[in-house]
Design a protein around this ligand. Structure first.
Ligand SMILES: [Cu+2]
Length: 345
């Protein structure tokens, strides 16, 4: 029913427009072409000026409405530089936007057709062409140059003291792997992937570096310590999106990608700073990757080194989850059994 009405309204709209166009055509014939053209010109000039005024009010209104909704302060040291770059780009393009748009619409109004003036014929000027080509080219080169420098920094070699986390995307979740005490991630092979046997990442168990690797469902990071993410995917292309850290990197099956950054504030500090007690850093998937894409939102926990160490030792290495028979018996477990046995007797 709703669709029917929409089609009906559209049809009426079309009919009315058509009739007005036809009527104005007759009017112009009656009034004389010349007069009608001049009137249309005046109306168009006025509408262009209105468009400028309404457009500028719209820009101001949107800015007022949305300025509180943009991301707050960057959560990473490197993100500050990316923010600076963004603000410089916005300032330059903003100034150019206002100058060119105001001139464009104002000139269209000011220099509309008039009987008192004749247009000056000015077809070409090499100096002008050169100026308005070279100046924007120089500005754009500088902006792009900064971008390349920062890009190479975050995708290049991480500092020596950086911790490593492996991030693997799959439809539709993130899995994180920590290298454990030895600081080295064990080898893996996609053929060994077997979630039934508790090996969702395909770790090769004969590699000793795999014995202490820990898997996690949230991304735990240490404040003020650089972290290098080694990113991969098990199925389609995903994208590690860390908006509060201003970081983003594709997760490509078969081709590991990396990026590194330094978290500046713990989750707790950021909650205080932003005035939102429920604040959490998020990891999202920034690549439309299928039906459950929206469900790839995960949590990043930035904590102190002590908190992180405490968390890491409390985790069971994936090797032991996959090989429960190798798990060292807890001293308490046996004694409870003995006590239980004694009680029975
Ligand atoms: Cu995804």
């Amino acid at each position: 029913m709703q669709t029917f009405f929409i089609i009906l309204i559209l049809a009426f709209g079309f009919l009315i427009t058509f009739q007005i166009a036809k009527a104005s055509e007759y009017v112009s014939v009656l009034r004389g072409e010349e007069k009608a053209r001049k009137q249309t010109n005046r109306i168009n000039a006025f509408l262009l000026l209105m468009f400028l005024i309404v457009g500028l009010i719209g820009v101001y209104y949107c800015n007022e409405r949305l300025k509180g909704k943009i991301l707050g302060e960057s959560g990473s040291v490197e993100g500050d530089k990316i923010d600076t770059m963004l603000y410089i780009t916005l300032a330059i393009t903003g100034i150019v936007f206002f100058i060119t748009q105001i001139l464009l619409f104002w000139f269209a109004f000011k220099y509309q057709e008039s009987d008192n003036r004749k247009a000056y014929y000015y077809p070409h000027n090499n100096t002008l062409e050169l100026v308005w080509t070279v100046i924007p080219a120089v500005f754009l080169t500088v902006l792009v140059g900064f971008g390349i420098v920062y890009w190479y920094r975050i995708t290049g070699d991480a500092p020596q003291d950086a911790m490593q986390v492996e991030v693997t995307g799959s439809q539709f979740k993130w899995e994180f792997r920590y290298p454990g005490r030895d600081g080295v991630l064990g080898k893996k092979n996609y053929k060994a992937i077997d979630p039934q046997k508790e090996n969702p990442l395909g770790q090769l168990w004969d590699d000793p570096y795999n014995r202490d690797d820990v898997m996690a469902t949230a991304l735990h990071l240490v404040v003020n310590k650089p972290v290098k993410l080694i990113i991969g995917s098990k199925d389609v292309i995903h994208d590690v999106g860390l908006p509060q850290f201003r970081m983003k990197m594709d997760a490509v099956p078969g081709t590991p990608t990396t990026m590194w950054f330094t978290p500046k504030y713990t989750t707790r500090e950021m909650a205080e700073k932003s005035g939102d007690p429920d604040f959490v850093y998020e990891i999202s998937c920034d690549q439309m990757c299928g039906k459950g894409h929206f469900g790839m939102r995960g949590t990043v926990i930035v904590e102190t080194q002590e908190e992180f160490d405490r968390w890491l030792v409390s985790q069971k290495p994936q090797y032991l989850t996959a090989h429960p028979e190798l798990e060292p018996k807890k001293p308490g477990a046996d004694s409870t059994k003995v006590v239980a046995a004694n009680l029975k007797n």
